[in-house]
Design a protein around this ligand. Structure first.
Ligand code: AMP
Length: 323
């Protein structure tokens, strides 16, 4: 995850919610990609390290456990930069130029100059991040599938030159790939600002929910409404465990027998019930900043031991090793 801002409900359903159960099935490495944050935030780097700690507090709040998984910071494992450099020797620039997010993101972030080598190389740095740990699977949302495809091609080409040295990663797709934002049409995203943060207070959550878009054609509560594609109901489906209540609200909404206010109030209640334990754990973590730093330093040294082994193998394969 890139430390470019506070984490929101999209991160919870699209990433963290899937990462938590994986901890009991796999040897997981979760990292904060501070170098990746620089690809778009290089002009103002003041908030990156603060976001690192804040995001990891959210991870722990959401149930990730540094005792079960390795948490690390990308720049504390500088071997990533070395592997990226070696990969860059064999990967053609057009391979990176045709990754769909390259053009899309440059269009979307027009206020930033993204004509840099760093931004073009983003998916190749990701390839290094993943290949460093012989990762077989990467838990991603559908927006990352093209990057993983590039990673597989890059690994295959590298292995063609130097032998079977890196592992080809496969995606583990999240079950809820894209949560819409509060206005309903675009995905929830920190660059759009249509978010509910995991760190929002119960009051902030309530206010944001009350301002959400619903069915625009429904100007009065007694007009039958549409549930499909209505973000308030998408959120009910994602966060309200009381399916009987959700079914009842949907039936009454379709029949024009419930007002938006009641549907939203119940959503705010469900969201706050979901977020309360996350907020509590998050506050506990942030109250002990030294412990949080220690978690990241310990995890980064553990990651670094694996990275050093991988790089010894890679340098040997490339025949750039001096002993
Ligand atoms: P980012 O904030 O773009 O660095 O995203 C980090 C991770 O969260 C990626 O795996 C994304 O797929 C996931 N993610 C971000 N926003 C959403 C969203 N609105 N719905 C589902 N997943 C998301």
């Amino acid at each position: 995850m890139r430390p470019t801002g506070r984490l929101h409900l999209g991160h919870l359903v699209g990433a963290l919610g899937n990462w938590v159960p994986l901890q009991d099935k796999y040897d997981c490495f979760y990292f904060v990609a501070d170098w990746h944050a620089l690809t778009s935030e290089y002009a103002d780097t003041t908030r990156i390290t603060g976001n690192v700690y804040d995001n990891v507090a959210d991870w722990i709040g959401a149930g990730l456990d540094p005792e079960k998984s390795t948490f690390f910071v990308q720049s504390l494992v500088p071997e990533h930069a070395e592997l990226y450099l070696l990969l860059s020797m064999v990967i053609a620039v057009p391979w990176l130029e045709r990754v769909p997010t390259y053009k899309e993101q440059r269009e979307a972030l027009k206020d930033k100059d993204l004509s840099t080598i760093g931004f073009l190389g983003y998916p190749l740095l990701q390839t290094a991040d993943v290949a460093m740990y012989d990762a077989r699977f990467v838990p991603v949302g559908d927006d990352q599938v093209a990057h993983l495809e590039l990673a597989r091609e890059a690994v295959r080409r590298f292995n063609n030159f130097y032998g079977d040295v890196l592992v080809e990663p496969q995606p583990l797709l999240s079950s809820f790939p894209r949560l819409p934002g509060l206005e309903g049409d675009k995905k929830m995203s920190k660059s759009i600002g249509n978010t509910i943060h995991l760190s929002d207070t119960a009051d902030e959550v309530r206010k944001k929910v009350m301002s959400m878009y619903t069915d625009p054609k429904r100007v009065r509560a007694d007009i039958p409404g549409t549930v499909e594609g209505n973000p308030v109901f998408t959120y009910h489906d994602a966060f309200n465990p009381n399916t009987a209540e959700v079914d009842d609200l949907k039936a009454r909404y379709r029949a024009g027998k419930v007002g938006d206010v009641e549907v939203k109030r119940k959503l705010a209640d469900a969201l706050n019930a979901h977020l309360d334990p996350i907020r509590e754990r998050r506050a506990g973590v942030l109250a002990k900043p030294d412990r949080l730093k220690q978690i990241l330093f310990d995890g980064s040294s553990r990651a670094r031991r694996v990275a050093e082994e991988t790089m010894t193998r890679v340098r040997d394969a490339v025949k750039i090793s001096y002993k």
